[in-house]
Design a protein around this ligand. Structure first.
Ligand SMILES: [Zn+2]
Length: 206
């Protein structure tokens, strides 16, 4: 006799939840049963938000940060931004870490990852071409590479600095206080602020 399990629809919900960040098999089951108990009125806003996510949330063509469709990008269009500095980060959430540190008010460019030959992440997979295109139109004085201090982060920084050689743009790198492994998501705001203040020249751009 087959072992009794949840009805297929509940099993499907559990399967969809399982594997989400921080959610293991037990957590997925707990969450599915909690959702089941919530009733339609509590579940619908969640279902609705999920269903509209792709239609509503896009990436800004310029900086690569999330944007509500139809809204201007506060980072690219903001009147108070220092347009002479452009900070390159690996992932979109890194932008918020720098913003929340309060130590930076320039422009951003999200690469969408970092170079990793082992994972087949080459410059073509990242927003490198977009970066070079933007730099042609922006009057950038300094590019800050706010990339992870690990091997991939260093390789990506070296690659970008090389590309910008001869552009006349100064390239700096966050260094001070940054941990040797991982990206900005492991760093608190004070450390980011100090790392911004203590950034070091990586390439004079000439
Ligand atoms: Zn933008």
């Amino acid at each position: 006799m087959a072992a009794v399990d949840f009805p297929p629809s509940v099993q499907r919900l559990i399967a969809l939840l399982k594997g989400m960040p921080g959610i293991g098999p037990r957590g997925a089951e707990r969450l599915a049963l909690w959702l089941l108990k919530q009733g339609q009125a509590r579940r619908m806003p969640l279902a609705d938000t999920l269903a509209r996510l792709d239609e509503q949330v896009i990436l800004c063509d310029a900086c690569g940060f999330y944007l509500e469709r139809g809204e201007p990008c506060a980072l690219c269009e903001g009147k108070d931004r220092d347009r002479s500095v452009l900070c390159v980060v690996e992932e979109a959430p890194d932008v918020l870490r720098l913003e929340r540190s309060g130590g930076y008010r320039g422009l951003y460019h999200v690469l969408g990852g970092r170079l990793s030959p082992l994972d087949n992440i080459t410059p073509a997979e990242l927003r490198v071409g977009e970066l070079l295109e933007r730099l042609k139109t922006l009057e950038t004085r300094e590019v800050i590479l706010a990339l992870g201090a690990d091997v991939e982060g260093e390789a990506t920084a070296a690659y970008l600095a090389d590309l910008l050689r001869g552009s006349g743009i100064e390239v700096t790198r966050l260094a001070q206080g940054m941990p040797a492994g991982g990206g900005l998501d492991h760093v608190d705001e004070i450390t980011i602020q100090r790392a911004l203040l203590g950034r070091r020249l990586f390439s004079a751009g000439s």
